[in-house]
Write a protein that binds this ligand. Structure first.
Ligand code: ATP
Length: 370
């Protein structure tokens, strides 16, 4: 990858097509989503009949030519081609005003929708464990390749399908940067309530900056609340810089103590003290052992059991998952508490808040694919 000084990548391999996009694709259905400078629409490739998502990016933004930002986004997607949890880039088109990225369509939409949904639709803790493992696997691959996303939030984590709950796809690499020893990135980037303290302090950004956002993301997925969100930006930023987080039972009712412990290992002001993505994958919350007093809870089995398995192999199709039961499911069950499940033993028995989050006992090995 060729890099500019601020970590933007300026060289891509994908051929930029200049024939009309509509010569090869037909737009169908309603808009899939939109961001500040892009609109995303579903389309069908005429030659194959395959569904894709077309992201139309404006080249001029606030009077400035931002073509290189889009090239950077393309380069990062190219570099993450083998990452099963990053949305796949199919083709690129360019017109006088826009660049169009033809992406794999993540038909299940944003995880944001389930984060703010009512109880029946909301994620169970076990859903969150499975999705968090996928997010961490994807992010760990990015970090190993020295790529930081810098805008991880529930709007940028999509699902291959919503019902049954599919797998995640990380999208929107518009703010992503490549970091290495010679590149120091100091920029104000991100979405107010997800940005890390070092961003507010104009300190160097690093892979740990993403880990903060994963802490916020996990908090939101489990509680439906944004931990630092204040009445205005000022209050939000103050909450972030003071790491003013509510870990009370009111907010975390029915959520396991291990989950809270996991979040606490990420929402640390000092980036060096935050867990890395690989360390997170070894956290007991994501790798629980059977508990002698555990028993299944009906609430936990509302989704196909297999959807709780981590697919550790590349899965580019959004196929519904097979309903075969997973032994790992019950291993995870045993460390969780759920609403109305007061009698069940929780992870607190095995790992209390006072103990280090990353135990030295043998852990279930995680295989990462990049
Ligand atoms: N591959 C995809 N499949 C389905 N929906 C998508 C896909 N990519 C993006 N979307 C939808 O479009 C929205 C906007 O896309 P994206 O975040 O990439 O745009 P953006 O303009 O770069 O956003 P931002 O303003 O946050 O930087 C997403 O939040 C999502 O809802």
């Amino acid at each position: 990858m060729r890099m500019s000084k601020n970590g933007m990548v300026t060289k891509i391999h994908t051929r930029i097509r200049t024939e009309p996009f509509t010569a090869n694709y037909e737009l169908v259905g309603r808009e899939l989503g939109r961001g500040k400078f892009a609109v995303v629409k579903k389309c069908i490739e005429k030659a194959t009949g395959k569904e894709h998502a077309a992201k139309f990016l404006r080249k001029r933004r606030k009077g400035e030519d931002c073509r290189m930002d889009i090239i950077n986004e393309i380069a990062v997607l190219e570099s993450a081609k083998a990452n099963p949890y990053v949305v796949a880039l199919h083709e690129v088109y360019e017109t006088s005003s826009e660049i169009i990225l033809v992406l794999e369509c993540a038909a299940g939409g944003e995880i944001f929708n389930q984060c703010v949904a009512d109880n029946d639709e909301a994620f169970t803790e076990k859903d969150v464990i499975r999705l968090a493992r996928q997010i961490l696997t994807g992010v760990s691959c990015l970090h190993r390749n020295n790529v930081v996303h810098l805008d991880l939030k529930p709007q940028n984590i999509l699902l291959t399908s919503a019902k049954p709950l599919g797998d995640i796809r990380i999208v929107d690499f518009g703010l992503s940067r490549r970091m290495d020893k010679v590149t120091e990135v100091r920029e104000i980037v991100g979405t107010p309530d997800y940005v890390a303290p070092e961003i507010l302090n104009y300190e160097p950004l690093s892979t740990a900056t993403d880990m903060w956002s994963i802490g916020v993301l996990t908090y939101v997925m489990l509680t439906g609340e944004s931990p630092f969100l204040g009445d205005d930006k000022q209050e939000t930023f103050l909450n972030i810089s003071q790491v003013n987080v509510d870990y009370s039972q009111d907010v975390f009712e029915g959520v396991s103590s291990l989950a809270v412990d996991f979040i606490k290992s990420l929402l640390l002001k000092n980036p060096r003290k935050r867990a890395t993505a690989e360390e997170c994958l070894k956290h007991p919350w994501l790798n629980s052992l059977p508990h002698p007093h555990s028993h299944p809870h009906p609430h936990l089995h509302t989704r196909p059991a297999s959807s709780l398995d981590e697919p550790e192999t590349s899965q580019s199709e959004s196929e519904p998952e097979s309903p075969a039961p997973s032994p790992e499911l019950d291993l995870i069950d045993s460390y969780l508490t759920y609403p109305g499940q007061g009698e069940l033993k929780t992870g607190r028995d095995a790992f209390s808040f006072g103990e280090p989050p990353f135990p030295t006992r043998p852990e279930i090995p995680q295989e990462l694919i990049c």
